[in-house]
Design a protein around this ligand. Structure first.
Ligand SMILES: Cc1cc2nc3c(=O)[nH]c(=O)nc-3n(C[C@H](O)[C@H](O)[C@H](O)COP(=O)(O)OP(=O)(O)OC[C@H]3O[C@@H](n4cnc5c(N)ncnc54)[C@H](O)[C@@H]3O)c2cc1C
Length: 303
């Protein structure tokens, strides 16, 4: 049992520009600084003494870091401090990237979504986080800003191991970029949890498909999983099993079977590994079916 204690003592910095943030984190030793976005995870980590930073750097006052903007090529750039509520309310997200809105609305409750951010959900690197699977299947990249400038990393490669990201200690997650979805594509996010809301994911499955109307088959498919391995992960072998196939019961069963081989769900007090595998099997089939139905209903449209 981990007890929540009073917050430890720390200095607080409230930068207003991204360059001030990168200057603050430039020469610090790992663990010395904590970046605070919505604080829904970070404050608990400090109260449990899992994090005892010298300085907390608040990100919510950084100008322009919460924007949600459409790019000229049809892609979307989402600033790290955009709240989950802002994403769910954004007409751009709902109309063009419905899979993301669907995943956002399955996180916590209204109060939590009003403060929690997309950057905190992704940078927290928890295997049970709900947005990384949805974002991975949408082909997301993360923009990391550091003292030497910015670089983009594919979200697929952002979680090298449990609770760790590919960011250097002196880099912050500045934005998330999504490419324009192909016509005839759609996706869905299915999450299994014990109660209706305010509970962490037991298993989450995101499926995104591009439908080939002529062949009545799945032209492209991406599958990603929450709480099914030490990190959020794509199941590329399972994707390969379904690619080019009609989504028949047999094809979906073969794909789901492959996903069970690729994932490595753990046993915890929430659920044991065998139970999670059953969820992976069932939710994979259900998510692909639902994504195919959506894609067929909107042949020339984005998700
Ligand atoms: C009651 C409750 C229910 C919850 N339910 C869910 C749920 O259903 N699904 C789910 O996925 N999560 C859930 N969470 C977890 C959490 O709320 C979310 O992950 C949230 O999106 C975290 O965002 P935040 O802005 O609050 O992050 P913070 O708590 O501020 O930060 C989280 C971590 O990310 C780091 N960080 C934040 N922003 C950046 C950045 N820009 N660059 C680099 N590092 C950064 C912080 O230093 C910290 O380590 C729940 C939490 C609570 C308390």
């Amino acid at each position: 049992m981990t007890y929540l204690r009073r917050l430890p003592k720390f200095a607080y910095a409230g930068p207003t520009t991204l360059s001030e943030v990168t200057a603050l984190v430039a020469d610090t030793a790992p663990g010395e600084i904590l970046l605070l976005a919505g604080g829904t995870d970070a404050i608990l980590q400090m109260r449990r003494r899992e994090r005892t930073p010298k300085t907390v750097v608040g990100l919510k006052g950084v100008a322009g870091l919460d924007g949600i903007a459409e790019e000229s090529d049809g892609g979307l750039t989402i600033g790290a401090t955009a709240t989950l509520a802002a994403l769910a309310a954004s007409p751009l997200v709902r109309r063009r990237f419905g899979l993301l809105a669907e995943a956002v609305l399955q996180i916590g409750g209204v109060e939590l979504r009003n403060v929690a951010t997309i950057g905190g959900n992704v940078a927290g690197a928890l295997p049970c986080a709900d947005l990384p699977p949805a974002l991975m299947t949408l082909g997301a990249k993360v923009k990391l800003a550091g003292p030497k400038g910015a670089r983009w990393v594919a979200l697929d490669e952002f979680f090298p191991e449990f609770s760790r990201t590919a960011a250097q200690p002196n880099e912050i997650l500045a934005a998330i970029g999504l490419p324009k979805p192909a016509p005839g594509s759609a996706g869905t996010y299915l999450k299994f949890h014990d109660r209706h809301s305010m509970d962490m994911t037991v298993v989450g499955v995101a499926a995104f498909v591009t439908w080939d109307a002529k062949k009545k088959a799945v032209a492209e498919v991406r599958l990603a999983y929450a709480n099914s391995a030490p990190t959020v992960m794509r199941a590329r072998q399972a994707e390969a099993v379904l690619k080019g196939q009609a989504p028949s019961d047999d094809a979906l069963a073969a794909c789901a079977e492959e996903a069970c081989k690729e994932t490595k769900p753990r046993t915890s007090w929430r659920a044991n590994g065998a139970y999670r595998l059953e969820l992976i099997r069932a939710l994979t089939k259900r998510a692909i079916r639902r994504a195919c139905e959506k894609a067929q209903a909107r042949p020339g449209d984005a998700p």
